[in-house]
Design a protein around this ligand. Structure first.
Ligand code: NAD
Length: 268
């Protein structure tokens, strides 16, 4: 939907939780949901960026956003923030489990257990906790859960050193399908999106080890990796998909993974 076609009533009276809302895909989605009438609870490690998202959303509609200081891999903090969201906005209708890190990129034999666990904790356990603690509230009126996975671990296995990341992203897709079946009787839809390269700050959560070069198999894409546009996608492209999946226009869509990558994952 272009800016000129914004439907301000689309999510009127609805409340969304967006994790990883301080940056990139989460930030763009929080803004689009609020532009179309939703209240948004912004779950992120509270830093200047999530406060900036909060200010930006509140400039669209005063009181539409609240930033919560949440590490999504911490059960107590997720549960507390979910309860505070319900107290503030009166319920939960949309959950975008999106927070994630690339983590440490390393050959498997050199990857420390704690680095493996950190990536799994944030990406996979964080998704589980976000969904787990919102279910009791979503059950009241039904709702929509959207999980951010990736092309990595699902169609693409050539991002060398990303064994933990790809494993977490494959796990999210299986989890989404299990959740979709389990929650269908409560009219809770669960879908999972698999972006290709998107221009965000994800590189800030990426640590490449010196040993990485030892396992890289060189690949050349003289015309670029993204056949559709010859460039990475923008966070707003992904936000448009999330808004669609959250809306009643997607009322018969659940348990589905959607690739949003300009055909990148069909190439490599
Ligand atoms: P980003 O780094 O711009 O944003 C991620 C946000 O998540 C940040 O604000 C960060 O503070 C937050 N976050 C990280 N760990 C957290 C934690 N433990 N608790 C709460 N918040 C936490 O990156 P992005 O690209 O917008 O990433 C969003 C999602 O998209 C991630 O799950 C990522 O794996 C996925 N993804 C990104 C790309 C890409 O190319 N950018 C491609 C495929 C999938």
């Amino acid at each position: 939907m272009s800016k000129g076609q914004i439907n301000k009533q689309r999510f009127e009276g609805k409340t969304a939780i967006v994790t990883g809302a301080g940056s990139g895909i989460g930030r763009a989605t929080a803004i689009k949901l609020a532009q179309q009438g939703a209240n948004v609870a912004l779950f992120d490690l509270k830093d200047e960026r999530s406060l900036e998202t909060e200010a930006e959303v509140n400039s669209i509609r005063e009181g539409a956003a609240r930033a919560f200081d949440v590490d999504t891999s911490n059960a107590e903090r997720v549960e507390k923030a979910v309860l505070e969201t319900v107290e503030l906005f009166g319920g939960i209708d949309i959950v975008f489990a999106n927070a994630g890190i690339n983590g440490v990129l390393s050959p498997i034999e050199d990857l420390k257990l704690e680095d493996w666990q950190q990536t799994i904790n944030v990406n996979l356990n964080g998704t589980f906790l976000t969904v787990k603690y919102t279910i009791p509230h979503l059950k009241k009126n039904g709702g929509s859960v959207i999980i951010t996975s990736s092309i990595n671990g699902n169609r693409t296995f050539s991002s060398f050193g990303m064994s933990a990341y790809s494993t977490s992203k494959a796990g999210q897709v299986a989890f989404a399908k299990m959740a979709a079946l389990e929650l269908a009787k409560f009219k809770i839809r669960v879908n999972v999106i698999c972006p290709g390269a998107i221009a965000t700050n994800i590189d800030q959560s990426t640590e490449k080890t010196d040993q990485l070069k030892d396992i890289v198999i060189p690949m050349e894409f003289p015309e670029g990796r993204q056949p559709l546009k010859h460039a990475p996608g923008q966070p707003e492209h992904v936000a448009d998909l999330v808004v669609f999946l959250a809306s009643t226009e997607a009322s018969h869509i659940t348990g589905t993974e959607m690739f949003i990558d300009g055909a990148e994952s069909l190439l490599c």
